[in-house]
Design a protein around this ligand. Structure first.
Ligand code: AMP
Length: 461
């Protein structure tokens, strides 16, 4: 869609365009060119776009435009009912989306509030009670507020399900259904998802009305600007291999900086960050056990370049807004092939190219094959000359691994790591999104690993 070379031609209010220009955006991204005119017209949208494509502005700008006629400076909360609701899977994504909204509405009288679990409810309650047109929320905590009558959704005109696939992965479907049932039937609904499973299609069929399918990236395929590499390592050499890569794969063969390293479990996340620190790498960990404050601090330090390596689990890293992250390393092959697409989507964003390296042991073959199938590519594997502490020997040469039967199958672990995963949702003040913030529930892993998602656009619609 080359009709929209700049933000002046969408018919957006000058107050919005001015705010967008202040953010330094000059050219709309492809999803913005496609989504803005359609959302402005009031159509429902099914957007196939990952975080990093500019999708937030793609829905936020036209939503703001549609709400502008009702913007007012009255002090009365009744004059500021919730008119737009964005549901997001994690605190980080909710904050990020709300931050964007706040910048785009900065020159208008519209108000925006963020609502997520794991933090004190009171400031959120105050914001909701004083009246706010745009609410960005994670589902569990929003239900808590609704239960306490801190807000009402009776006047919502537009609802967005952001990263819908991840919300379903995290078991939010019942919460989402409860929330959607509280919305007026007459409304505009938008749904964004990086991947399209049968469940997502079903949700779209139930919840969207005659939606327009907007697709920007190749289906289930990582952004093309990402250079992907697979490094074959022995299980016992993974950390040394990582250290070697960190030392040698930066610009000009030097040290890598600003690297996001993915692991599959939070225990591993802690352990690896500690090991990297011991080896002199400025590393930190971000996982579901860390408080919101700790996670935001780690993220800020990472963004500023004070932390070189951030070790993360999938859920903790979901939706992190780090523009032009140079590299992502998959220390563990993800349980779900779809997570690979999400993980490496953190690099090569907004037009910048990126590097995605994955470590693969003999036990990972099936996991890697699933990724190859999903992303329709065949990886060339390579090895790395690992610098090991003197005196230490590798158990077996990597070549031997090829014929080995995987010692650890790529299937769901039979038992959750701890009972946190199995605890039912408790709508207490602190529990809000805690469950959601945990690593993807193991029950989902096996199911999804076996299921290679087909996209909505697979058949002509
Ligand atoms: P999103 O996919 O919405 O998370 O956006 C990814 C990043 O791209 C965010 O940091 C945005 O601020 C930035 N961004 C969004 N739209 C544009 C644009 N048109 N030009 C430059 N950067 C943008």
């Amino acid at each position: 869609m080359s009709d929209y070379h700049d933000f002046d031609h969408f018919g957006l209010d000058p107050l919005i365009v001015a705010a967008v220009k202040e953010m330094g955006y000059t050219t709309p991204t492809p999803i913005q060119s496609k989504a803005i005119p359609v959302v402005l017209k009031g159509r429902d949208v099914m957007g196939a776009a990952q975080t990093g494509t500019g999708k937030t502005a793609g829905f936020a700008l036209p939503i703001i435009q549609r709400l502008l006629p009702q913007a007012n400076t009255s002090m009365s909360p009744a004059r500021h009912p919730v008119r737009a609701l964005v549901l997001a899977p994690t605190r980080e994504l909710a904050e990020q989306v709300a931050d964007n909204f706040k910048k785009y509405i900065s020159k208008t009288a519209l108000r925006c509030a963020t609502v997520y679990g794991g933090v004190d409810m009171d400031p959120q309650t105050q914001a909701l009670r004083s009246g706010v047109e745009i609410v960005v929320a994670t589902p569990g905590r929003l239900l808590d507020h609704l239960q306490q009558k801190n807000t009402s959704l009776a006047q919502v005109q537009i609802v967005v399900l952001d990263e819908a696939d991840r919300m379903l992965d995290m078991g939010f479907l019942p919460d989402i259904s409860r929330i959607l049932n509280l919305l007026p039937k007459e409304r505009q609904s938008l749904m964004f998802s990086a991947t399209f499973s049968e469940e997502i299609k079903k949700l779209a069929a139930n919840f969207l009305r005659d939606p327009l399918l907007l697709e920007v990236a190749r289906r289930n395929a990582p952004a093309e600007l990402i250079k992907q590499e697979v490094v074959r390592v022995h299980e016992s050499e993974k950390t040394d291999a990582l250290l070697t890569l960190l030392k040698t794969r930066g610009a000009g063969g030097g040290r890598m900086t600003q690297v996001l390293v993915f692991v599959n479990a939070k225990i591993e996340c802690r352990r690896l960050a500690r090991q990297l620190q011991k080896a002199g790498v400025n590393a930190d960990a971000i996982h579901g056990d860390k408080s919101q404050d700790e996670r935001m601090k780690a993220l800020e330090a990472f963004k500023k370049g004070e932390i070189e390596v951030l070790v993360a689990t999938d859920v903790a890293a979901r939706g992190l807004d780090i523009v032009e992250l140079p590299a992502v390393i998959n220390y563990d092959v993800p349980f779900n092939a779809e997570d690979y697409v999400h993980r490496i989507g953190r690099t090569g964003r907004a037009g910048a190219s990126g590097l995605a390296i994955m470590l693969m042991t003999g036990a990972d073959e099936r996991g890697v094959q699933a990724i190859e199938k999903l992303t329709k590519q065949k990886f060339e594997t390579q090895t790395v000359a690992v610098e090991r502490p003197r005196g230490e020997r590798r158990d077996r040469p990597p070549r031997r691994e090829r014929g080995e039967r995987p010692a650890r199958a790529h299937a769901p672990s039979p038992k959750p790591v701890d009972d946190f995963f199995t605890k039912p949702y408790e709508p207490a003040a602190e529990s809000g999104e805690a469950l959601a913030e945990e690593e993807t529930a193991p029950r989902e892993r096996g199911k999804k690993a076996a299921r290679v998602a087909a996209l909505l656009g697979g058949s002509k619609r």
